[in-house]
Design a binder for this molecule. Structure first.
Ligand code: NAD
Ligand code: ZN
Length: 249
């Protein structure tokens, strides 16, 4: 593993025929969305298993909304893509990045302009009625009484993956396939501790792909499989990597 070597990272991206990215909550921190773990993370305030587990939602949806989801709706409504998201969109426009696999549910990669985004943990942009499967965009929900209810009386749930739930099979299958096909993977702002998403870089590495990791701090991947570690915030590091590539033409 080498650290903060932008030239080597750019070499890897230049010679790669297919590059994918795996992103986590860290890339959206500079958009004002707190991550789960680490400093300022939501888990300093909330117990994840109390509020992000499907059993809790089914048992006490009102409480999960009051303590956790109402605030998440407000935060996501205000969030805009930052320079980290925009940098990944630039890489796609330059033909250097094909797909973003994201663990985030905030829709900011699509807003930044990436055209192929796999939402590994679903999305918070939509809700579905647990009784009749009617779907509604999150901004259309009536939140005057919690939990939000459908006309049929059923309770809406976000279309994101709670702890205790399966990854959408299409997302899992395609991500694994891309991991096997790619020559390089950018791993941005993820603590690499939520499975099975955290396995994607390892799958890529096992078939010979180079791993470029961008994070404020080292992760369990750093000394195990990372080839180049670029330390710093995604909003600073990704644009710097883009500039390094642009200089090469
Ligand atoms: P995580 O919260 O476990 O870890 C965040 C990682 O980002 C840490 O390694 C941290 O060092 C790093 N980081 C923090 N700020 C950064 C920055 N500015 N630039 C670069 N790196 C930075 O995140 P995770 O691994 O994605 O796992 C959390 C799970 O929670 C995800 O699976 C996701 O579904 C969900 N989540 C999503 C959002 C969102 O949609 N934005 C927000 C919080 C949690
Ligand atoms: Zn319904």
């Amino acid at each position: 593993m080498i650290k903060n070597d932008y030239s080597t990272a750019a070499d890897i991206l230049t010679s790669s025929r297919k590059t994918i990215a795996l992103t986590g909550a860290g890339i959206s921190v500079e958009s004002g969305i707190p991550p789960f773990r680490g400093k300022g993370g939501m888990w300093e305030i909330y117990d994840p298993f109390e509020f992000a587990h499907i059993d809790s939602y089914l048992r006490q949806p009102e409480k999960v909304w009051q303590v956790f989801l109402s605030e998440l709706v407000n935060t996501l409504n205000q969030a805009k893509p930052n320079n980290g998201h925009k940098g990944l969109a630039d890489l796609e426009a330059m033909g250097r990045l094909s797909t973003v696999v994201t663990q985030n549910v905030d829709g900011l990669h699509q807003a930044a302009g990436n055209s192929d985004v796999i939402e590994f943990h679903g999305t918070f942009a939509w809700h579905q009625c647990m009784s009749c499967q009617n779907r509604l965009e999150t901004h259309e929900l009536d939140l005057s009484a919690l939990p939000p209810r459908c006309g049929c009386g059923g309770i809406f749930r976000p279309e994101c993956v709670f702890f205790g739930e399966m990854i959408p099979p299409d997302a899992l299958e395609r991500s694994n396939q891309l991991a096997i096909q790619c020559d390089a993977i950018l791993v941005v702002g993820t603590s690499a501790s939520v499975q099975p998403a955290a396995m994607i870089p390892g799958i890529a590495k096992s078939v010979g792909a180079k791993v470029i990791e961008i994070n404020l701090e080292e992760t369990p991947l750093t000394h195990r499989i990372t080839d180049v570690f670029l330390g710093g915030s995604a909003g600073e590091v990704v644009p710097r990597l883009v500039s390094e590539l642009k200089v090469r033409g």
